[in-house]
Structure formats: C-alpha cells, structure tokens
Design a binder for this molecule. Structure first.
Ligand code: FPP
Length: 242
C-alpha cells in the first residue's frame, strides 16, 4: 500500500545516511500509566519496524541512538532493562534482521558487560560482508568521547614518530571516528519535541539537516520518516557555500 506521504518523496534522491535520536519512550509510558521500561520495550519494537522500512526504501546508512554515555547514570533497573533489550535484540538479529543488513555498534564498548561485548562482536562479524544497508547502533555512545578517542589515536601516531602534529587534517580525524569509513548523516531526526543534539554525532553533524517532531518514539511511524525525508528534499543544502 502506498501511503499518502510517499507521494511527496522522490525515491531517486533519498538521503544516503539517516540518523535518529530515539527519544520519548519514558513519556510514552507515563502517559499510559506504565513503567518506563514498558516504553523502552515499545521503543525497541518500533526500532525494528523503522530499520526494516529504511532497508525497504533503500537507505544506505541508518544510525540510531540507543544508549548514551550519560544514560549510565539512570536508575540501575532502567539501565538493566535497556541492556536486556539490547542483548535480546543482538540474539534475535540473526533471524529477524534482513540478511543484507550489516550491523555496527558504535560507542564505548569497554563500558558494556563482557557477555554483551561478545554478542556485539559476534553479530558484527556475522554481518560484516553484507552489502545492503549499514545499521549503526550507538550504544554507550557520546560524541565528545568519540572525538577524544579519535584524538588519542592521532596523538599516538605523533608520539610514535609516524607524523608531525602539524600534519593532522580534518580527514585524518574523521577517519579515526567510529564512522570513519561512512558518509556523514544527511538527515538527523529527533522525535519527542526536544530540539537538541545531546552529544550525538557532533563532528559528523556539521552539515546535517535536522528534523524535529512532537511524536514520541514508540509512536513514530514510517509516514513520519517520509515527512522528514520530504522536508529534507525541499531544503537547499549549501555546505557553507552560496
Ligand atoms: C530515550 O527515551 C530513549 C532511550 C534512552 C533509549 C532508546 C532505546 C530504545 C528505543 C530501545 C533500544 C533497543 C534496541 C533493541 C536498539 P527516554 O527514556 O529518555 O524518554 P523520555 O525523554 O520520555 O523520558
């Protein structure tokens, strides 16, 4: 079935890379008198739907913000609920994920439990040769931390005498990011009414287009994604030029 909103979208010039801050699970649950963890369960189900849809319409890169470095400070039971959902997803991805999708987990991996690290590495290895959409799941991710991580890699090269500090370029720093081999996001989507970047892809977002909506993540549907893409396609991207 072709949804009305699809008509506004030119599928021949889709954004190559879409990034989504999946926000509003807690409020979605609260509105319904449910525990926050119930909102995350619905958020995870919706994540599956949107991943499938992005693959179907031909998005090349999708990055989702699943857990930030700052989220570790949430109450322990909420952190556990989120980690359990992620762990369950990593287990089920072999069966339920389209077999063309390549999964990458970006973030501070050392902060994860050894069991979760093992699952992350196994799924990445299993999907590494796939040539369809790249799905980056930002997990224990913070953009400032990512930039520090990249800076340290370059500093080590200088320390080892491989190059001089003056020779560092933006391209080199870019290559040291978790997404170093990928194009920057063209479009960043944040549902739930918040209009901030929250330590997400600060470097990569230099020329991204932003799209906000009041809809809470568990209620975010493919038609909202199409609205975002349609609006993106109507914008004039100048990348600092005229
Ligand atoms: C923000 O909503 C959302 C998160 C901190 C977690 C996002 C996680 C998911 C959607 C589930 C991820 C699962 C998989 C399998 C990738 P919030 O809790 O901050 O909501 P609020 O702002 O309304 O309180």
């Amino acid at each position: 079935m072709i949804h009305l909103a699809e008509k506004k979208v030119d599928f021949s010039r889709l954004p190559k890379h879409i990034a989504i801050i999946m926000d509003g699970n807690g409020r979605w649950a609260k509105k319904r008198g449910l525990p926050r963890s119930a909102g995350h369960v619905r958020g995870a189900d919706n994540f599956r739907k949107i991943v499938r849809y992005c693959g179907e319409i031909g998005i090349s890169y999708l990055t989702v913000y699943a857990f930030s470095t700052e989220n570790w400070s949430r109450p322990q039971d909420e952190v556990n609920a989120l980690m359990n959902l992620l762990s369950e997803y990593l287990d089920r991805a072999y069966k339920e994920l389209d077999d063309r999708v390549r999964v990458r987990i970006i973030g501070e991996r050392d902060m994860l439990s050894p069991e979760l690290i093992e699952k992350v590495e196994a799924l990445e290895a299993y999907t590494k040769d796939r040539t369809g959409m790249v799905l980056n799941i930002a997990l224990s991710y913070g953009a400032r931390q990512e930039i520090v991580h990249a800076t340290k890699s370059l500093a080590k090269r200088v320390e080892n005498g491989e190059m001089k500090a003056d020779e560092i370029t933006t391209e080199m720093l870019n290559e040291c990011l978790y997404t170093g081999d990928q194009p920057d996001p063209d479009l960043i989507i944040r549902p739930s009414g918040e209009k901030r970047i929250s330590n997400f892809m600060l470097w990569q977002a230099a020329y991204s287009e932003f799209w906000y909506s009041n809809v809470l993540w568990p209620s975010f549907k493919p038609e909202h994604l199409l609205d975002a893409i349609a609006e993106y396609q109507g914008r004039n991207r100048r990348f600092g030029g005229v």
